[in-house]
Design a protein around this ligand. Sequence first.
Ligand SMILES: COc1ccc([C@@H]2N[C@@H](C)[C@@H](O)[C@H]2O)cc1
Length: 450
Amino acid sequence: KILLAHGAHREGKRTDAVMEKWRGYGLGQFIHWGLYAIPGGEWNGKQYNGAAEWIRSWNGIPNATYDSLIYKFNPTAFDATAWAKSAKQMGARYVTFTTKHHDGFCMWPSKYSKYTVAASPYKKDIVKAVVDAYDKEGIDVILYFSVMDWSHPDWRYEIKTKEDSVAFERFKKFTRNQLIELLTNYPKAKGLWFDGTWDKSWVKQAAFADDLETEMRKLRPGLIIGSRFRADENGKRHFDSNGVLMGDYEQGWERKIPNKIEEVHGNDWDCVMTVPENQWGYNKAWNGHIKSANELLEMTAKCVSLGGNFVLNFGPQGDGAIRQEELNLATKIGDWMKLNQEAIYNCGYAGYEKQDWGYFTKKTGSDQVYMVVFNVPVSGALRLKMPAKTKISKAYMLADREEKILPEEINSNEYFLKLKKKDHQEPFVIVLETGKNAENKESIYEKAKT
Ligand SMILES: COc1ccc([C@@H]2N[C@@H](C)[C@@H](O)[C@H]2O)cc1
């Protein structure tokens, strides 16, 4: 192990109640909302082919023109309570909300910037409205914050000159001020989701960022901060120079999901996902593949089956309304969650080998195992491989507990589960009550000699 002053300060998962609750969320909502929602990925009739929330970085719109969007920001259709109720019915148990994206526009009336909602026609504190509305619905709030701030005169990608260094020292103070301000103004927030931390300027600030993380955790005990916030003194990010995760959970799973448990290295993690291939802020066009409710449910089950949470992104329009396509997805996902949430909430990795029909999840702190089924074979029977010495004492449909399933043993620890219905149009859950098999159970199956 290399001696590190600013590497990870803890190895392994946090064991406190706040993090235990975070670990069991299962499904979350991400919301990207800011000035970028006004152009919605298009300007002067031309489409920006990048992610809509990055449009300020496009040469198709001058920075000053983009920044003057502040005078157009008056979201008359914004209703935080409606958003929170939609998230509640979807079954989201936490929300991550953009307080400041890379463009630097603050969705709260920050004392440290002129470029905030306070200077817009809307005037009111949007972060407060979101925190209060979601808290009222019992949904925990995580605040997204981009360190990279394109509109701040002291932001630098790299420190090349003395002038850069003097400017960036001012920027570091500004960043600390805003973070302390967010934690002070919105004490109900459970965590901070950092972004925009990959540039050399910030990566070089190992000591400053480490001290700032310590200060924030002291100010807000239990605060949840992911692995994307800071680098160690060798510039290592997410995992320090000893390969130990920085922060409380891994934040590397953006628009991608691990395939096997080894990839998560025994850490907590969440996956943040867009409905289109790569649009976080509102994009009028929504070109390319738009994920269906069933696809998103499969991603949710896959994340939970590997011990993580799935966080689905919504990009509200410039007027504050959530687009109908997203509301429809929230409703469909919510309908499924109402019936099957037991297999998602407070569940994690079952330790069984992955099988073709779908994903195993296991209720934390119990032996209760769930099969979240997405693929029914043409035979209509699911082939189920159980670990050795584990017997199935009961199997039944979660959505209809009376519908028992009698496993037919076809080999040692292998069963056929014959389904009553073959043509399922959406995923379903089978509950497996398991027990330990007698140690000395002689196998009646003979292995072939080859
Ligand atoms: C290719 O580099 C990036 C940089 C930042 C992002 C931001 N992270 C997501 C959570 C969104 O905020 C996106 O703008 C995405 C890709």
